[in-house]
Design a protein around this ligand. Sequence first.
Ligand code: SF4
Length: 519
Amino acid sequence: MRVGIVSVFTDYHLRGRHSRGVLQPQVGPLIAGLLPEYVEIDLINDVWDEPDWQRDYDLLFISALHSDFDRARQLAHYWRVRGATTVFGGPVASTFPELCKPFFDAVAIGDPEGIVPRLFRDFCAGELEPFYVSGPYDPTLVPAPRLDLVQQKLPVPLALELTRGCPFSCEFCSLTAVGTRYHTRSTASVVRDIEAARRALVQRGLRYKQHFGVFFDNNIGGSFAYLRELCDALEPLNLRWGSSITFNGASNPDVVRRLSAAGCRFLYVGLESFNAHALADMNKQHNLADRVQEMIELCMTHGILIAGGLMLSPGVDDCEYIDSIPARLKESGLFVPEYVCFETPFPGTPHFARMARRDPPALFPDVLLRDLTSYTLVVKPRFATPEAFVASYRRLVDTVYSPRMQLAKLAHDVPRLLKGGWALTAVADVVNRLWVRQPNPAWRTYLPGKDPAPPERVPLTEADFRSDEQRAHVLEPWRVTDAHGKVLPMWLSGRPTFLEKGQRVRRMPATASSTMALA
Ligand code: SF4
């Protein structure tokens, strides 16, 4: 029995090659941890490497973001015609299960812990159902992820998820689309997973990696009470680690002090904007645009490097604001963000629903699903022409990722960090400067339908299709808007999976079955 678990390739910058980003999909090791030990498992990180197209699978789990749903469908078809049974999961599956179903043998809705063991049993018994719905998050079902199966291609070794979800409801966020909730698990199970990961690394001769980790939580500070408990449990482990946290956590002196004592040296904060109107429009009022410098300063004093991403909001920002961002970045001490992208309405989110209601249409005509990478402008700018908005964006990217800005950041941070005794944080800063890049090639228009299609291809041939209709069904890119910019009706049916802060799961398609009683 061979099972494959594919995290589908996301080529944000249309480079046509796989990449070695630090942020790695966590769902593969998690699903593997939910399968019996006797099963042969391939973790296929499509972001890193092309899959082995010669390999056969009995069962294939596939997860993808919106922009790569086209590739997910093609991957599923490729292996279905070669005998595999395919299962699709992730945010698109959870919000649009009926749309996904024709392309996969089963659709997984919600958390893998409540689905995978039963789905696997049904598959072995030849009784696979079309839809599987998880119950509410149950921390006792979370397994130790199979990090032993992950190819160790990065210096960052020990990657875990400690909490799930986020208590906030930013309008654009895909977590809001599946349902706002925040779940924690016992610190004992966290320590269990860290120790298991360390053992796996030592067994593989990677002893030096056991001292560094990344917690891929969306917001490790969703509950300050839990975070304090977690910090107490982490402190004796002598681990140096990084994670993500919201602005309110990174600007709370007590929280920052506890995090630092627990070994935290790097935090990602979704800053999104220096424009308070844009933050309000995103329903992200917990970010305070005028206190970014204070927050970065506080963390720096405790040896924690802050990384942050920025978005431009086409409906709120104007070119004057965009042109002011480099100066604001310098003033705040952030200098170089991890990325600068466009606020993008992902189907299923409240932001998408709001944009879809606009008349005249808010989105450009003929937007494709693959345009929803956040690096294509899909919403018409309100205060500038698309060309002027994109020109401002290009100037911004060129300025903030220039060697001058990178060096200014290091000159600002490194001496102070070393003086404060935070040598490791200084090293992390230097590594991050070398790592963070944002391509801005002259050929990119950043407009929907104008840039070439992503060059990655699934090697399907004519023999893989029964008819022209089937070929079109599998290969044609999915559209989001029509020729007038109107959102296609199929995208108006998205609904959250988790209700009442995740205590309840909504009823799913009529044939869906649940692992737990549905409300
Ligand atoms: S704070 Fe971050 S993770 Fe939480 S809802 Fe907002 S964007 Fe999503």
